[in-house]
Design a protein around this ligand. Structure first.
Ligand SMILES: [Cu+2]
Length: 333
């Protein structure tokens, strides 16, 4: 029973939290609206409606471990070229049950594909603009100025129907991101045009159960404030269905914050601490903690193991974000 969070979306819930039970389970049940059902599941609010992941075309559980390595070929020089095709697509996304958001996406999903490559490879991203607005792809990491994906430099803004190719040597190793850089910038990002960009060290990282979490939010009533918060777009998705993790397995989360309209976001883990590697650019951990705070555009790697089985929450430590969707569970077995 994890019922109190969703109620905050359309009712004021006086200080009940999923992690309070069993002591406060009865209170949580009483304060939840009718329609939440006996199990209190977040998906079952407003008369049993739930986000239709199939209709959205992506499921946060698949996004979580979906790393897009693109396609590779070898140049006569022996160098590896890694290629992807990204298209900007206007698309309506159901961001919480019954709430449809007129999104702008890369390849129809939010976040866009998690692009992954190795340091030193030549990467080529063919970008087609199938949207009704001009867009770009601006990558974080090192690249020549003309590949920066900003208006007025290189290919600049790509008009609807237009295309370009961004090409550069991948580096440095770390966790970067990509997003549209057309003005008004806040709108172009908040509408959904972003994704994670992972550059692996040439000799890789230790084996782990790897996940990507792009912390985001949605302004569903155009007041330049978010009504729903999440990791990977759909609030409560990892509460409804916890993330299964084997006990003692090294877990590595690639954490990105692209949240618009709020100055900071955060990640807090229950029952454990993690090693934190800011931007993933160094093998030396920056901190051993249970909470990290990230400004918009900041990202980092989190690593830890669960030594005992059970359910462990993770969520933004801004309680408002937590109650509006940015929370989830690890199920350790
Ligand atoms: Cu744009």
């Amino acid at each position: 029973m994890v019922g109190a969070g969703a109620a905050a979306l359309h009712a004021r819930v006086p200080h009940t939290h999923p992690w309070d039970e069993p002591a406060h389970a009865a209170t949580a049940q009483k304060t939840a609206h009718a329609g939440h059902g006996a199990d209190g599941g977040h998906a079952a609010f407003r008369g049993g409606t739930a986000v239709d992941h199939r209709a959205n075309g992506f499921d946060p559980h698949e996004v979580l471990r979906d790393f897009d390595w693109g396609t590779t070929r070898r140049l006569p020089s022996g160098r590896v070229v890694r290629e992807w095709e990204l298209e900007a697509v206007d698309r309506e996304i159901e961001v919480m049950p019954g709430v449809r958001f007129a999104a702008w996406t890369y390849n129809g999903r939010i976040p866009g594909p998690t692009l992954r490559c190795r340091e030193g490879e030549l990467v080529r991203i063919a970008f087609a603009n199938g949207s009704t607005h001009p867009h770009t792809i601006h990558f974080h990491g090192t690249h020549p100025a003309e590949m920066d994906g900003v208006p007025g430099v290189g290919a600049g803004e790509i008009r609807p129907g237009g295309r370009t190719v961004y090409e550069f040597e991948a580096g440095p190793a770390g966790l970067h991101l990509y997003h549209c850089h057309v003005r008004p910038l806040a709108e172009h990002i908040a509408k959904g045009l972003y994704g994670a960009f992972i550059v692996d060290p040439a000799d890789g990282r230790p084996d782990a159960d790897e996940m990507v979490m792009v912390m985001n939010g949605f302004d569903t009533n155009f007041d330049r404030a978010n009504e729903v918060y999440a990791a990977n777009t759909i609030g409560f998705a990892y509460m409804d269905r916890p993330i299964a993790v084997p006990r003692d397995q090294l877990v590595r989360v690639y954490l990105v914050n692209v949240l618009e309209y709020d100055p900071v976001n955060s990640f807090h883990l229950h029952g454990n601490l993690f090693d934190y590697f800011p931007t993933g650019t160094s093998a030396r951990r920056g901190e051993h903690t249970d909470t990290v705070m990230l400004c918009q555009g900041q990202r980092g790697l989190l690593e830890w193991r669960f030594p005992t089985p059970g359910r462990f929450m993770f969520h933004a430590h801004q309680s408002e974000f937590t109650e509006l969707g940015w929370q989830g569970l690890f199920e350790v077995a």
